[in-house]
Design a protein around this ligand. Structure first.
Ligand code: GYE
Length: 311
């Protein structure tokens, strides 16, 4: 005798699985690597991946999810551009019995609306970055400018909170300006230019905290164009660990980064396979590591090691 549930799972496991990926876009080097690796991981597992690039727009992601539901995919991967506004479409997926796995960002919705979330502890990342600065300045006064990620996205909210947690009680460190650079290199540069202008050509800035490496790389360019030395005149700490930030570290132009693996799809597909095969639901959060790298961690070697790994 076969139970209804077993029959449903058995049917899904019998043929090649189809997975829809509602990706945000390609705002950063990290994001592009995540896309490349997701495709590779799908290929290796014989999964048919349907890919949608939402060009940073939530409405496009919602439309993509609806189209995946209409096509009857076996699962949906969603990297949610912002944290709010997902309830209805996640309910539609749930009603259609299509498991949704969140990648790299979180949503504010109830956690029974998705199967699991793969990602880092985004608050912790901010704390690691902030603690690096606390240690680096060692009690000296430090006026910090902050480049935030996409407004309303969970990494922008959490990385801000984490950094603030770390500097709390260290009155020598103060965030003097904070603005979004939307996780892009171009906006990181543009916003940094305005920070430099407003702060005595940059002479009144001690450090930059950027919510991702791409914005830091853009800002480094702006600092150089302002005639200052990034990494020395203005300390630079950011998050992701993309090859270009190691290149900047090797050149003495950046100081520290917190690693975020772009391989979110591997753990996501592993969890889905278990779910398809046995119906067993994974933990609600599958956490990836957050490791600090500084300029003394062989940045040239780190650059070489990462080049080609999806970047
Ligand atoms: O750090 C950034 C990206 O969602 C955690 O999104 C991710 C962030 C990543 O574009 O580079």
């Amino acid at each position: 005798m076969t139970t209804v549930a077993a029959l449903a799972f058995g049917t899904a496991a019998a043929s090649a699985q189809t997975v829809g990926f509602a990706q945000i876009g390609s705002e950063s080097g990290w994001r592009a690597a995540e896309t490349t690796i997701t495709r590779q991981q799908a290929d290796e597992r014989g999964i048919d991946l349907k890919f949608s690039d939402a060009q940073q727009k939530q409405e496009n992601q919602i439309a993509a999810i609806r189209s995946f539901i209409a096509q009857g995919v076996d699962a949906i991967l969603l990297a949610p551009v912002v944290a709010t506004g997902w309830d209805s479409v996640l309910e539609e997926a749930k009603d259609a019995e299509i498991p949704v796995v969140l990648l790299d960002r979180q949503v504010d919705s109830d956690d029974d609306l998705y199967l699991t979330a793969v990602g880092s502890d985004l608050v912790h990342e901010g704390e690691v970055a902030g603690q690096w600065l606390v240690d680096a300045v060692d009690g000296k006064d430090c006026r910090v400018v902050e480049l935030q990620g996409t407004t309303g996205s969970s990494p922008a909210i959490d990385r801000k909170t984490g950094f603030e947690n770390a500097i709390k009680g260290h009155d020598n460190i103060e965030i003097i300006r904070s603005q979004t650079g939307d996780f892009t290199r171009a906006q990181g540069k543009e916003v940094m230019e305005s920070f430099l202008q407003a702060e005595n050509g940059g002479k009144d800035i001690c450090a930059l905290y950027a919510h991702n490496d791409d914005m830091a790389v853009g800002a480094i360019q702006a600092i150089k164009e302002a005639g200052l030395k990034p990494g020395e005149d203005i300390l630079v700490v950011s998050i992701d660990a993309v090859p270009d930030i190691f290149q900047a570290m090797a050149n003495g132009e950046a100081n520290a980064t917190v690693e975020l693996t772009p391989n979110m799809a591997g753990p996501a597909f592993d969890a889905l396979k278990t779910y398809w095969d046995s119906g067993e639901a994974p933990e609600k959060f599958i956490q990836t590591e957050s490791k600090l790298y500084t300029a003394s961690d062989d940045p040239k070697g780190q650059y070489e090691a990462r080049k080609g790994l999806g970047y």
